[in-house]
Write a protein that binds this ligand. Structure first.
Ligand code: DI6
Ligand code: FE
Length: 399
């Protein structure tokens, strides 16, 4: 494939310490992979004949990755938003049969085409900010057919748009009304068998659950994880979002890719995650929407060296967010991350949270998934609110 040089750029490789900045840089790719990156003055003679595009001194970063979304769903939750403003809590609404279950009713009634059509504008909003890989969860079906339909819709998104889609099976998101008070039966009769069906159809890249008082306990999630392990699938978990339930320790015990939300995680949890190599996926959109006040233990994650990713958690209930840039800003303003941590959180660490080793940094051999920004300094990406400085989005070397 023809080589191309992106020259006259500031390149934040995120390879190595800090931003891994290369000033007056150039990057050579072959429409798929990065072949070389470094100061343009050092461009090897073997690449000098390739077509060159002048980047006008703009900033190139690895393309953002949204490693936690529920972007496939039907309907909206604007009424619930009003109820919460009138004083009802998220948990009260969920226990009264609203919340996740109202989205379940709408999603069960939607065809695969409806689900794709409703998800596309949300996906397009993310792509407009340079995102080249997203994770999409099931979890609004809570019955085999709809769980599989959600996963098929997610895969379809990756055929309709230039984006990599990783699908996550999240039947253990809530107990559906027909199993009210019988969560173990739901596990045995729906979650576990439908995982096998979805896996046999090639629809599952990872297995997730919601470990919470309004959802599933650690014993139930452990059964899900055992089933995932038997199929060779990686696991991750919505853990310690609303209260401390031991989900993070469980996730670490299973070598999970990530434990997500983790506001109520402790310093001991952080140590277990560090030892297991589990990424902390921070979701400031949900923290903001729920007006949560318990901050995730960022200092403990730093002290233990737990990689922190940031993601939108795009979902209709707790995080109707389709902006990775706003998520970076919230990560800094609400959680006290540095702009460098925020950028790492949506690139290097987001890739790791998805188990992807071929993207998230700029280095020879990795995919040419890049974002070109009309900014000088990488901190500007986190600084602004509601402004999109994306100049070009390059997916597998193609704009
Ligand atoms: N935690 C969340 O924040 C989302 N799911 C979860 O387990 C919320 C999903 C929803 O309210 O629709
Ligand atoms: Fe979530």
């Amino acid at each position: 494939m023809p080589k191309e040089i992106l020259g006259n750029a500031r390149i934040a490789t995120l390879d190595g310490p800090g931003y891994g900045m290369v000033e007056a840089g150039a990057l050579v790719h072959d429409q798929a992979r990065i072949l070389w990156v470094g100061p343009e003055a050092d461009l090897p003679a073997g690449h000098a004949d390739a077509a060159r595009r002048d980047m006008g001194g703009w900033l190139i970063t690895p393309a953002p990755i949204d490693c936690h979304t529920h972007i496939v769903f039907a309907g909206d939750r604007a009424r619930e938003f009003e109820m919460r403003l009138e004083g009802a809590s998220y948990e009260e609404i969920a226990r009264a049969g609203g919340g996740i279950l109202s989205t379940v009713a709408a999603t069960r009634a939607a065809s695969e085409g409806d689900l794709v059509a409703q998800a596309l504008p949300r996906l397009d909003a993310l792509l407009a900010e340079g995102v080249t890989a997203i994770e999409v969860k099931s979890g609004y079906g809570l019955e085999p057919e709809t769980e599989l339909r959600m996963l098929r819709a997610a895969r379809r998104l990756g055929q309709l748009r230039p984006v990599r889609v990783r699908t996550t099976y999240l039947a253990a998101h809530a107990c559906p009304p027909e199993y009210k008070g019988r969560a173990d039966d739901y596990m045995n009769e729906v979650c576990l068998p439908a995982l096998h069906t979805a896996h046999a159809e090639g629809l599952v890249d990872a297995v997730d659950g919601f470990c919470e008082g309004i959802a599933f306990d650690t014993a139930q999630i452990a059964r899900m994880f055992d089933a995932a392990r038997a199929l060779g699938l990686p696991v991750k978990l919505h853990a310690e979002q609303l209260s401390h339930r031991g989900g993070t320790a469980l996730a670490a015990r299973y070598g999970a890719l990530s434990a997500d939300h983790v506001e109520y995680a402790t310093a001991e949890d952080a140590a277990l995650m560090a030892a297991a190599g589990t990424v902390a996926v921070l979701l400031p959109g949900a923290f903001y929407t729920l007006r949560e006040t318990q901050l995730p233990p960022v200092a403990a994650f730093r002290a233990q060296g737990v990689p922190m990713a940031l993601a939108t958690d795009c979902n209709p209930g707790t995080s109707p967010v389709t902006s990775i840039l706003l998520t970076m800003n919230m990560g800094c303003t609400l959680f006290g991350l540095t702009p460098e941590e925020a950028l790492r959180g949506v690139t290097v660490h987001a890739a790791r949270a998805l188990g992807l080793s071929d993207c998230g940094r700029i280095a020879a051999g990795l995919r040419a998934d890049l974002a070109v920004w009309n900014v000088e300094n990488p901190a500007e990406l986190s600084w602004r609110i509601g402004f999109n400085p994306l100049h070009a989005r390059i997916f597998g070397g193609r704009e």
